[in-house]
Design a binder for this molecule. Structure first.
Ligand code: F1P
Length: 329
C-alpha cells in the first residue's frame, strides 16, 4: 500500500489513542513557560506544512488564551526580514523532521534575542529537539514525504493545551475523536463519488483557523497530485480569485459559526459559475461541528482528495516531484 495512504488511514484510530494517552500529558511540559509569557507576543514559526500548522495554532491560542500571537515563515526570521520581532518572549518552532535549515536559523536568532524556544517535532534525534530550550517531541512515526497524520496529531494536542490552560471543558474533543472514523468514511465517500478526474482546480475556503486548514489542504493536493490548488479566507474569494472559476473547479467551503447565510449565497454564486461546491461543517455535505476545535479533522478530506487525484492522474502520491522531506539550504 502507498506509504502516505497508510498514514492518512492511521488517523482513523491514532487520533483517538493520542488524545486519550498523550495529548493531555504533553501540555504540562510547556504550560509553566507559556503562563509566564502571556504578556508577551507569542511567535509560531515553521516552513511549508509546519508553517500552516503554526498558523492554525497561533489563531487558536490568540482566540482562547487572549494573548497576542504571530505566525511567521521561518525564512523571514532566519534572514531578518520579519518586522518588529521584539526582544524576549516565547517562540514555538515547528518542524516535523526537525532539521529544516530556516527553522534552525530562526531558532538561533530568537535565542539571541532572549526568547525561550519550544521545538515541536516528531524526531527526537533532530537538531530542533536537541537545541530548543523545551523540546516537544511527539511520539508519531511518519515516513512519507507528505505530512498528514502528524499535522493533525500535533494540532489536536496543542489546541487541547490551550483549553486546558484556561480550564475549558475537553468534552467536545472527546466527541470529535470518537467521530473520526465516521468523518473519515463520509469524506471518503463524498470524494470518491465526485469523479475527481474531471477537476483541474481545487479551492479551499475557510476563515481564521479554517483558513489555515484551507492552506494545508491546498498544499496536500499540490504535493500529492500536482493539481493547481489554492486557499482563501472565505469571503475573499469574490475579490479577484473567482475569475478562475469554471466547470473544472472543485471548491470546498469550511463552514464556520454564524455564517450560514453568507456561505449559502457564495455557494449558489459559485455553482452558477460552473463550479462544484462541497460544504464541510454543520449540515454540510461532509458533516462536522463548526467549532474551531474541529480543525484537527478538517484536512482529512484533502488527504483523501490529493491521494485519489494522484491515482487518477497515474502519479505516485509517495513521490511528489522535486520535493524532499527536509529542505536544507
Ligand atoms: C517542512 C516542509 C514540508 C514539505 C516538504 C519540505 O518540513 O516544508 O512541510 O512537505 O517536504 O519541508 P519540516 O520542517 O516540517 O520537517
Amino acid at each position: 500500500m502507498s506509504v502516505v495512504l497508510k498514514e492518512v488511514r492511521d488517523q482513523k484510530i491514532e487520533l483517538k489513542i493520542f488524545f486519550e494517552k498523550f495529548a493531555q500529558k504533553i501540555v504540562r511540559r510547556f504550560l509553566g513557560e507559556l503562563e509566564k509569557n502571556l504578556e508577551n507576543e507569542v511567535l509560531f514559526v515553521g516552513c511549508g506544512s509546519s508553517y500552516n500548522l503554526a498558523f492554525i495554532v497561533s489563531q487558536y491560542f490568540e482566540r482562547i488564551l487572549n494573548l497576542r500571537s504571530k505566525a511567521i515563515p521561518a525564512g523571514e526570521i532566519a534572514f531578518n526580514k520579519a518586522p518588529k520581532i521584539r526582544d524576549r518572549g516565547i517562540a514555538f518552532l515547528f518542524s516535523r523532521t526537525g532539521n529544516t535549515t530556516e527553522v534552525l536559523l530562526a531558532k538561533e536568532i530568537l535565542k539571541s534575542k532572549g526568547y525561550t524556544t519550544i521545538g515541536v517535532t516528531i524526531e527526537k534525534s533532530s537538531r530542533i529537539a536537541k537545541e530548543s530550550d523545551i523540546p516537544l517531541v511527539f511520539p508519531v512515526e511518519e515516513s512519507a514525504i507528505v505530512m498528514t497524520k502528524s499535522f493533525n496529531l500535533i494540532l489536536l494536542t496543542l489546541m487541547v493545551a490551550a483549553d486546558e490552560l484556561v480550564g475549558n471543558s475537553l468534552e467536545l474533543y472527546k466527541e470529535l475523536v470518537d467521530y473520526t472514523e465516521d468523518f473519515f468514511d463520509l469524506a471518503e465517500k463524498v470524494v470518491k463519488d465526485l469523479s475527481v478526474q474531471k477537476y483541474e482546480h481545487f479551492v479551499f475556503l475557510g476563515m481564521a483557523e479554517f483558513f489555515g486548514v484551507g492552506l494545508e489542504s491546498a498544499l496536500k493536493c499540490i504535493e500529492m497530485s500536482t493539481t493547481f490548488s489554492e486557499a482563501y479566507s472565505t469571503l475573499e474569494y469574490r475579490h479577484g480569485p473567482k475569475a478562475l472559476v469554471g466547470e473544472k473547479t472543485l471548491i470546498f467551503i469550511h463552514k464556520v459559526e454564524d455564517m450560514n447565510e453568507q456561505e449559502k449565497k457564495l455557494k449558489e454564486e459559485l455553482k452558477t459559475l460552473g463550479a462544484t461546491v462541497v460544504e464541510i461543517g454543520e449540515s454540510g455535505d461532509i458533516p462536522i461541528s463548526n467549532d474551531w476545535r474541529s480543525a484537527f479533522l478538517r484536512t482529512i478530506p484533502s488527504h483523501i482528495l490529493g491521494y485519489e487525484k494522484a491515482i487518477a492522474k497515474g502519479l505516485s502520491p509517495d513521490n511528489p516531484p522535486h520535493l524532499s522531506k527536509t529542505v536544507v539550504l
